[in-house]
Write a protein that binds this ligand. Structure first.
Ligand SMILES: Nc1ncnc2c1ncn2[C@@H]1O[C@H](COP(=O)(O)OP(=O)(O)OP(=O)(O)O)[C@@H](O)[C@H]1O
Ligand SMILES: [Mg+2]
Length: 594
């Protein structure tokens, strides 16, 4: 959409000229007015993206004052366009912090460049302001020390608890390289240590800080433990990271007694849930999640591919937090028609719409004191996004058709397997809501990035399905283990679980053999329906003629190529492998290159 410009100019001819030039340049002229009062009224009624204004205009207040008002009250930037460039006028202009100053007569190109620069700069300022505001709101009250850092390692924001632990005030710390503020030393030897920031940012993985001395600004020492987790920006790229730390030793104890940490499978058990975490990336992710659970952070974003364990992490977050005795309420935003979603979330009063007979509590109320898990948050409609943002900011809302403000105490955990950042870029997801949600991000990695977990998970699922189907498969044969480890798991842990389930039902010996293992990418095959388990479907489906790995791989590749319309890059992405690997495999399988 063309940017909208308001012209404030009291010489009619100049104003008309200007209007024409601006339209030629592709802008929309939202109005032409000649006094400061009119300019303010217009900005209020129909805010433009930019005001082009003469500094000497008619009216009670002069151009400079008008500009200041427009900026402060309506957040509209001003570029001056004037014949006066004397010292006095310039001084006055400066005070209103304009985004440009063009002296008449001007060239069209010069006007164009100034307007573009002003629009760009204003948008950029607005973005960073809104980001800072959200970060401050979210982090301000937490008892854990939190600092967010830029990609280049400067501190962007820090909360009060972090001030206490580092001895740096927020004002001093912001803009300072994080290494100066977080000076770490070995607790035993006192030797200086590097902050493992690079590792977190470059490897895009959580790192752990364990029992380190933090040298405070005044030279004191605090024993701290914590994590650094990478963040993703709204453009999808890396946007620095979050350091979350606390005084004391590294035992990230859940306030909830984790029932068991089983040694052989390296499993964490909480209530009826079990999480396998044998690999370092998973262990660190869990330790970070425990810390997030303990913090009172009111919003958390879980972002990861389908089947990586987002639901499981959301439950883990809830059951290991102080909210565990409160409700855990889950809502899948994509599963409910838009018209119902609003009343589902906010509730309604009788008569809120034609057939609403009774009062109904919304899930926001139901989740009071606990956790609201919003799955597929990217599917919220723009209207609900706006309302929901207000809830996050004020922790209060009204039922549909209701007049009373209802206050709730919630933690909102949002999950997405879609590219939420991409949705922000394309304008379907609000940037301010993204900022609000994304201050703390938990990102379960795709299974192919932590292959050390494949066999522990597979064994875990063997036991689970043994119990479920009352069979007794003792384990996985060496050959079968090898192919499980080599597979790239585009459908992640869910796919592994399904493969093991199927294998158990097919197996005739007491160990899973290669012949029972059949890969069905969960991204390409339809999900098992919620009625009737996958196993029932497996039984009723006719058995595939050829279960060999070679054949399954061929089928998968052909499916992926069909799905991508023959585009190899896309097919490779679907399969979770590189284009080169795809070409290599196609060659091996004698699949025609064209
Ligand atoms: N680390 C793990 N340990 C044990 N089980 C796991 C682990 N990760 C995932 N699972 C299991 O894998 C299955 C898929 O996980 P989950 O439903 O949490 O994925 P998801 O990321 O929410 O997927 P989707 O994007 O499709 O909603 C579940 O049965 C879950 O219990
Ligand atoms: Mg899920």
């Amino acid at each position: 959409m063309a940017d909208r410009i308001l012209i404030v100019e009291d010489e009619r001819i100049t104003a008309e000229d200007l209007e024409e030039v601006l339209k030629d340049l592709g802008y929309q002229v939202s109005g032409v007015v000649s006094s400061s009062e009119e300019a303010i009224r217009e900005a209020q009624r129909n805010p433009p993206d930019l005001v082009l204004m003469d500094i000497r205009i008619r009216g009670e207040i002069d151009g400079a004052e008008t500009a200041l008002l427009l900026r402060e009250r309506f957040d509209v930037p001003v570029v001056y366009l004037t014949a006066h460039a004397d010292r006095d006028t310039l001084e006055r202009a400066k005070q209103s912090r304009p985004l440009g100053y063009i002296v008449k007569p001007f060239h069209e190109a010069e006007l164009h460049a100034s307007v573009e620069m002003a629009l760009y700069k204003h948008r950029h300022d607005r973005r960073s302001r809104s980001r800072e505001q959200h970060v401050t709101n979210v982090l301000g009250t937490l008892s854990l020390g939190i600092a967010s850092v830029d990609q280049d390692g400067t501190i962007r924001m820090m909360n009060r608890a972090a001030e206490g632990l580092t001895g740096w005030s927020m004002e001093e710390a912001i803009g300072t390289p994080v290494r100066q503020v977080f000076r770490l030393a070995d607790a035993a030897t006192g030797r200086d240590l590097e902050l493992p920031l690079e590792q977190a940012l470059q490897q895009r993985a959580v790192v752990e800080i364990r029992d380190r001395m933090l040298i405070t600004k005044g030279g004191g020492q605090n024993l701290v433990s914590g994590n650094i987790a990478p963040l993703r920006a709204a453009d999808g790229g890396p946007s620095g990271g979050v350091i979350m730390f606390e005084a004391g030793t590294a035992e990230t104890e859940a306030p909830y007694p984790l029932t068991k940490v089983m040694k052989e499978f390296q499993t964490i058990e909480f209530g009826r849930f079990q999480i396998v975490a044998a690999s370092q990336p998973m262990k660190r992710l869990l330790s970070f999640t425990l810390r997030v659970a303990k913090s009172e952070a009111s919003t958390v974003l879980i972002e990861g591919e389908s089947g990586t364990g987002k639901d499981l992490m959301a439950q883990f977050l809830h059951y290991s937090s102080t909210r565990r005795n409160g409700p855990f309420v889950a809502l899948n935003c994509s599963a409910i028609p838009e018209a119902l979603l609003e009343s589902e979330l906010f509730g309604r009063e009788p008569g809120a719409y034609t057939d609403a007979r009774s009062q109904k509590k919304g899930l926001l109320e139901v989740a009071h004191g606990g956790t609201l898990f919003l799955d597929e948050i990217g599917d919220l409609s723009p209207a609900v996004q706006a309302k929901f943002l207000r809830v996050l900011e004020q922790q209060s809302f009204r039922r549909l058709g209701g007049l009373q403000d209802i206050t709730v105490d919630l933690r909102v955990v949002a999950a997405t397997n879609r590219d939420l950042a991409g949705a922000v870029q394309s304008g379907t997801f609000r940037l301010d809501l993204f900022h609000r949600l994304s201050v703390i991000q938990i990102a379960p990695p795709p299974l192919r990035d932590h292959p050390e977990d494949i066999l522990p998970l597979a064994n875990h699922f063997v036991q689970e399905h043994n119990r479920r189907y009352k069979v007794n498969i003792l384990g996985i044969s060496a050959d079968a283990a090898k192919i499980l480890e080599r597979y790239h798991w585009p459908g992640n842990v869910r796919e592994l679980r399904n493969v093991i389930e199927r294998a158990i039902l097919l197996e005739e010996t007491d160990q899973l053999q290669i012949g029972s293992i059949q890969f069905v990418s969960s991204r390409m095959a339809p999900q098992p329906a919620s009625f009737g388990s996958a196993s029932e479907q497996a039984r009723t489906q006719s058995e595939p003629a050829d279960l060999s790995l070679r054949n399954s791989e061929r089928t998968l590749i052909v499916q992926a190529l069909e799905k991508s319309g023959g585009n190899k890059t896309k097919a490779a992405a679907l399969l979770g492998i590189s284009r080169d690997v795809l070409r290599y495999r196609m060659k091996k399988l004698n699949l025609d290159e064209d």
